[in-house]
Write a protein that binds this ligand. Structure first.
Ligand SMILES: Cc1ncc(COP(=O)(O)O)c(C=O)c1O
Length: 374
């Protein structure tokens, strides 16, 4: 006899599971021998690698026979950020942290942010059904102004407001007062300010600039350890939020994909803070030298002031940016051609790795210029 309670199976093309998809986020990276990746701004420093090598050598495999223990690292992070542990949410990289934030508040459908910005935002907007409300830099100066974000915010309903400081394309750093002013405007509007500090470790006095935001009800800080501690491959980050906001993320099980090896790598990195503090100081020094040496070697290239572990040069034209990027690629150095992004008509971004790599990049760019390719 037929069970009348069963819904008849849908057939063929009617099934939602037979829909076609491009699968566009599959990771297709391959390792190219001897290639130096200065595009993703990882921390390419042998001292960082030595710290991680020691952690992995001593890692007890018993620690992967069971689920990870997170409380000790939460304690260290609470000290580091000057907040209680119930303000902290560990995630497997900051991508899932940002993604969870947009999913935790489904009633919010707008993300106000400077454009260009980290690609992830377009992805999280699509996943969570939000629209991006992009704000361009000042056309005269090419600089981002936080007051423009506040103005755009007031034109609509409560939204996520994103600030990346230092900015991941240009290295622009926002000051304490302008951040505090924006935070006030966001609170008044009933919105949520998301401050992405992926590169802040490389800004002199960077922590001081954001300290006043910690603990505010309408502010969330997303802090990856990918760049600052050389842990891109480990996938680990922390979100610092008011405990009431953090609880919304815990409703979605943010820690489920955080692994014990990633936690061990982060714990040891925090214990070895002196090593990383020295690396960050070296990166800052090297960044200024790199900026100046390229300006000398390639007339027409102008470095923007940067608080990140990279330098962005405005260059004479997009063709020059493309040709220089290709020339560097021929030498095994991968860089990011930013030309065409809002406020960046022709620009190249190159990460600051270490002394030897900086020399190699300056020499390659100088040779190309002298050979009259420009
Ligand atoms: C500004 C910014 N935020 C976040 C991320 C992503 O960090 P994670 O590796 O933790 O996912 C990146 C990576 O490039 C970035 O540039």
């Amino acid at each position: 006899m037929r069970d009348e309670t069963l819904v008849p199976a849908r057939e063929g093309a009617d099934s939602p599971f037979l829909r076609e998809s491009a699968g566009r986020f599959r990771n297709r990276r391959v390792r190219v021998p001897d290639e130096i990746n200065l595009k993703n701004c990882g921390l390419l420093d042998s001292r960082a690698a030595a710290v991680h090598r020691a952690t992995l050598a001593e890692f007890d495999p018993n620690d992967v026979l069971t689920y990870p223990i997170l409380q000790p690292v939460y304690g260290m992070l609470a000290d580091r950020f000057g907040v209680d542990t119930d303000s902290l949410v560990l995630t497997a990289g900051s991508d899932p942290g940002l993604n969870l934030l947009t999913r935790a508040f489904p009633e919010v459908s707008r993300i106000v942010l400077h454009q260009p910005n980290f690609d992830g935002w377009a992805k999280f907007a699509a996943i969570s059904g939000c629209v991006l409300d992009p704000v361009a830099p000042d056309p005269e100066t090419g600089l981002f102004d936080l007051r423009d974000l506040a103005r755009r915010l007031r034109a609509g309903a409560p939204a996520f407001v994103v600030v990346t400081t230092p900015h991941s394309f240009t290295g622009q750093v926002h000051g304490r007062e302008e951040l505090a002013e924006l935070a006030d405007a966001v609170a008044e509007h009933g919105s949520l300010l998301v401050v992405d500090t992926a590169y802040l470790a490389f800004t002199e006095g960077g922590e001081e600039l954001v300290r006043g935001l910690a603990g505010l009800r309408h502010v969330v800080r997303v802090n990856t350890f990918s760049k600052s501690y050389g842990l891109s491959g480990a996938r680990i980050a922390v979100t610092v939020a008011h405990p009431a906001t953090a609880r919304h993320l815990f409703d979605l099980d943010p820690e489920g994909s955080v692994s014990a090896p990633a936690v061990a790598l982060l714990r040891r990195s925090l214990e070895e803070q002196a090593v990383f503090t020295a690396i960050w100081a070296d990166v800052r020094r090297l960044r200024e030298r790199f900026a100046a040496e390229v300006e000398r070697a390639v007339p027409g290239w102008h470095a923007r002031p940067s608080g990140g572990n990279f330098v962005t040069w405005d260059v004479p034209g997009p063709a020059d940016a493309g040709a220089a990027s290709r020339h560097l690629l021929d030498q095994g150095i991968v860089v990011r051609d930013l030309s065409g992004a809002p406020g960046l008509p022709a620009a190249v971004r190159i990460a600051v790795a270490n002394d030897a790599v900086v020399r190699q990049a300056v020499a390659a760019l100088g040779d190309r210029y002298r050979e009259g390719v420009a």
